[in-house]
Design a protein around this ligand. Structure first.
Ligand SMILES: [Zn+2]
Length: 104
């Protein structure tokens, strides 16, 4: 599961191979936006006559299946394993790097 502020690598699309920080996760759409990547330009119309329209660049959300987390411990793009520690109220689920087996 990718979370906000994770570093991820993009596996498909125009920014394939690039890496960046996750800005926002859209869990219901299974998408996430990544800082500086997959940028789209939105044109805003002028509100009044004589004003110029504005162009705003924003990172369009990418499908999670096209993102791979970069492990902060070993710096490799990796898939995740999950490890559950404790029971009941104290149960905690950790993400574990498949490459170096460290908790992320
Ligand atoms: Zn690792």
């Amino acid at each position: 599961m990718i979370k906000k502020n994770d570093k991820v690598q993009i596996l498909a699309g125009k920014d394939k191979g690039k890496a960046g920080k996750v800005l926002q996760v859209f869990r219901s759409d299974n998408r996430a936006s990544v800082e500086g990547l997959n940028l789209l330009i939105k044109h805003l119309r002028p509100n009044r006559k004589g004003e110029k329209g504005q162009r705003i660049e924003f990172p369009a959300p990418l499908n999670m299946s096209n993102l791979m987390i970069i492990c902060p411990k070993c710096s490799k793009a990796t898939r995740l394993n999950y490890e559950v520690v404790g029971e009941g109220k104290n149960k905690k689920k950790y993400r574990v790097c498949k490459k170096c087996n460290q908790k992320i």
